[in-house]
Design a protein around this ligand. Structure first.
Ligand SMILES: *Cc1c(COP(=O)(O)O)cnc(C)c1O
Length: 361
């Protein structure tokens, strides 16, 4: 069986070693030494001054919205994982969808201004598949209208823009360290900000609002993560170089094998260093996409329709007009991509795809 992704599993002895320390200290959670160490090492690796390690990438978006006091209209993308929209709705915000650009699959900045109303407070955009949004254009609009910017950078570990981590952009960037992501801590996430005051507020919010044992800064939630999760992160971080390198190699391998066909590849933002987090393929129609998926599944290969359906079709939002997102989400498949996927398996996948397409045409 070949799944779309499989978590990176480091050598178990290295994880055991850190577990021993956790046992000796009997300190399992609540801002323990491994959580602190992971935060420090992540800052160093990413070249980022402020971050908070959190329970997951969804709570990261929710804490960001709460910290920025966003509770009205938020301009967002219809082409992302459901958590981008659900965390808005969960926080009492109204998602206002702006269509994506067909080349980048990211929110189209030229369509943002017409969607702004007097109730618009923020833009929540996803760097889809690890490909940076047009962050400069988005920031310009935000500055012009006094809007906050939050990036859902769940796919972006290792992505750089103009030589620096993409997590530096926006008032707050969030990410996920879920087991399906390229760098993971089993469950986990983080927020990034340049603003020390925002960081302070989010640190309170992460821990029930506690300001000491008996005093509270304001409303908070349980957004913490544990020593066990941090331990996984610390071990995995040692392998991040080889994880990124391998993804790149595998992606180029797919490129080469599928190169004879026109797949309308996603255009990576100019000036960025891509992390090869996903391998999306765009087919000519939904019918072909389904046919390819079926034929792969019959061989026990399981690509995923990331991201289908388009978020504007969720039954708890008002349906927007986002034809480009709808149309693209219907014909994109993400191919299997994970650390120990072999070239032989990749060849098998490519052969199946090419055979199905060529029958079809
Ligand atoms: C994975 C993901 C999330 C959610 O992260 P969790 O850690 O699973 O809560 C949010 N947004 C996007 C775009 C994602 O891919």
């Amino acid at each position: 069986m070949i799944p779309v992704t499989r978590p990176f599993s480091p050598p178990i002895e290295e994880y055991h070693e850190l577990l021993q320390g956790i046992w000796q200290r009997s300190w399992f959670t609540n801002n323990g030494p491994l959580v602190n160490d992971l935060e420090l090492k992540l800052k160093r690796y990413l070249g980022i001054k402020h971050l908070l390690y959190l329970g997951n990438g969804t709570i990261a978006i929710q804490i960001a919205l709460k910290a920025l006091k966003i509770d009205k209209e938020v301009i967002t993308t219809p082409f992302s994982y459901v958590a981008t929209t659900s965390s808005l709705v969960w926080e009492g915000c109204t998602p206002v969808y702006v269509d994506i650009h067909p080349e980048s699959l990211n929110i189209d900045p030229t369509k943002i201004e017409v969607a702004i109303t007097k109730n618009t407070q923020a833009i929540l955009a996803t760097h889809c598949f690890g490909n940076p949004c047009d962050v400069e254009a988005i920031q310009e609009i935000a500055d012009k209208y006094g809007l906050k910017v939050i990036y859902d950078a769940a796919h972006c570990f290792g992505t750089k823009y103009k030589g620096e981590s993409i997590f530096r952009w926006g008032d707050i960037s969030t990410t996920s360290f879920h087991a399906t992501k390229l760098f993971h801590t089993v469950e986990g996430g983080a927020v990034f900000t340049k603003n020390p005051e925002l960081l302070r507020v989010m640190a309170y919010k992460r821990n029930f609002g506690h300001k000491g044992f008996e005093d509270f800064h304001g409303v908070g939630i349980n957004g913490k993560n544990s020593e066990f999760h941090a331990a996984m992160g610390l071990v995995n971080l040692k392998y991040i170089g080889s994880i990124l390198e391998r993804r790149k190699k595998q992606s180029l391998f797919y490129d080469k094998y599928l190169g004879s066909q026109e797949f309308q590849k996603v255009q990576i933002q100019h000036g960025s260093e891509f992390n090869y987090a996903y391998y999306p393929l765009r087919f000519e129609s939904e019918a072909v996409t389904k046919k390819v998926k079926q034929s792969l599944e019959s061989a026990e290969i399981f690509p995923r329709r990331y991201f289908y359906p388009s978020l504007g079709t969720l039954n708890y939002v008002s349906p927007p007009c986002t034809p480009i997102a709808d149309e693209n989400s219907a014909r994109i498949l993400c191919l299997p991509l994970y650390h120990d996927l072999s070239e032989m398996e990749q060849k098998l996948i490519c052969r199946k795809i090419l055979r199905t397409i060529n029958y079809n045409s």
